[in-house]
Design a protein around this ligand. Structure first.
Ligand code: RNT
Ligand code: ZN
Length: 411
């Protein structure tokens, strides 16, 4: 990197090397489900629960071996500190009934992560399964259905605790359920009271070690087939998490398209010490498109930095595009998350805040626009270089090569 670049940023009070150090320490949890269209290893069942992958690009990973092979390929292009985000459906060895998936089924993942210095996060899989009766799980009117999923989640706490203990990196268990109704509900509060009760039973079901793990709950505004009512709404989980002292998870695709998710972050940090994310890109709906380096993503990264949230957040990615090379999708999205964080770390927030506080809104606007043309791309290339990673252009070439050598053989 040219010396002038460092000096240019220093003239705004920004230390480039400090920014690079902070960026490198920020953990990004990579969602393994981008590599196999959220299918998992349990069999050939369809994806249900109001989420969908579209496309049929060649080379989907079909088992642990292929998935970890692709993951290794993707990891070799993603700079910084990384974790892998898993779902119950990625259990390995002899497949067991979903409600019985426990630490035993994730031993292979733990040794995979250990050998690569990665952390792991966990999600119970409460979709794509016959025990979702009429689309309902933890809020079902049937006790046996609720009990089934409560058991699944209690076992999930044990898995997550094992991740945290074995890998020496705090692990997150995130609960998302698809429960909702297609048309106007007759009863809205009933399912919500049942969901509250089920969640309480999960938390009481196993006294996990809070030093090694956290639990989060993920809200949603609606899903395909459940357009009129979602049991686990934002208000529901805000109140639940705050009263039970657990985390909220904001999925950036789970709000009305005109809502600014980034604006929520500072309100959340006013009352919560920690926050979890599924960073995604909605296109008209919760479409889970690959992250682009757009204003929405930049706003989220900016708020994380300004709120001093980098060490107080679980940053997970959540998108699944089956219409393009899945490894490239994973890498492009992850690199964009990192680029957005880098730009946020290179922003002179101190100058901007001072201008706002002396009511100099003209200066705020001019500075906000001025910094957009600063040469952050050169700093990005320096970041890649320091971690022995190839450029964006070379990355694409190499992944294409892998497609022609490895992925084409997966028929
Ligand atoms: C669905 C939620 C959920 C899933 C993953 C697979 O709308 O975003 O987080 O995408 O857990
Ligand atoms: Zn999500």
């Amino acid at each position: 990197m040219r010396k002038e670049i460092k000096e240019l940023y220093a003239s705004y009070g920004v230390d480039v090397f400090e920014a690079l150090r902070k960026l490198k320490e920020t953990k990004i949890s990579l969602h393994c489900w981008q590599l196999d269209d959220v299918k998992g290893f349990e069999g050939d069942g369809d994806l249900t629960g109001g989420i969908q992958t579209t496309g049929n690009y060649l080379g989907r990973a079909r088992n642990f071996k292929e998935l970890t092979q692709d993951l290794d390929k993707a990891l070799s292009y993603i700079p910084g500190s990384k974790k892998i985000n898993l779902h119950a459906i990625y259990q390995t060895g002899k497949i067991v009934e979903r409600c019985d998936v426990g630490p035993e089924q994730f031993k292979e993942w733990v040794s995979y992560a250990k050998s690569r210095g990665l952390g792991l996060d966990y999600n119970p899989t409460i979709f794509s399964h016959p025990m979702l009766v009429d689309g309902l799980s933890l809020s079902s009117p049937e006790e046996k259905v609720r009990e089934y999923w409560i058991k699944h989640c209690v076992n999930g706490l044990k898995i997550t605790e094992m991740f945290g203990k074995e890998l020496g990196q705090k692990s997150l268990m995130n609960i998302w359920i698809p429960d909702g109704l297609k048309d106007t509900p007759a009863d809205r509060i009933g399912p919500r009271m049942r969901l509250k009760d089920s969640l309480d039973k999960i938390l009481a079901g196993y006294k996990y070690d809070k030093k090694v793990m956290d639990v989060s709950v993920e809200s949603k505004v609606f899903g395909i087939g459940v357009e009129s009512y979602t049991v686990g709404s934002n208000e529901f989980y805000l109140n639940y998490a705050s009263s039970r002292n657990i985390c909220c998870l904001l999925d950036t695709g789970h709000f009305h398209p005109t809502e600014n998710v980034a604006d929520k972050i500072s309100s959340m940090y006013t009352f919560y010490n920690k926050l979890a994310f599924h960073v995604s890109r909605p296109v008209r709906w919760d479409s889970d498109h690959v992250l682009k380096l757009n204003d929405d993503l930049q706003d989220v990264a900016d708020e994380l930095v300004k709120c001093d949230g980098l060490k107080r957040s679980y940053i997970g990615l959540d998108y699944f595009d089956a219409s393009i090379n899945r490894i490239a999708a994973m890498v492009i999205g992850a690199r964009n998350m990192e680029k957005a964080l880098l730009r946020a770390l290179l922003t002179p927030w101190k100058l901007l805040k001072e201008a706002q506080d002396r009511y100099d809104h003209t200066r705020v606007l001019s500075l906000q626009e001025e910094i957009k043309t600063l040469p952050w791309g050169e700093v990005w290339n320096e970041y890649l270089k320091r971690q022995n990673m190839v450029s964006d252009a070379k990355m694409f070439e190499e992944i294409k090569e892998y497609e022609n050598k490895v992925l084409v053989n997966r028929k």
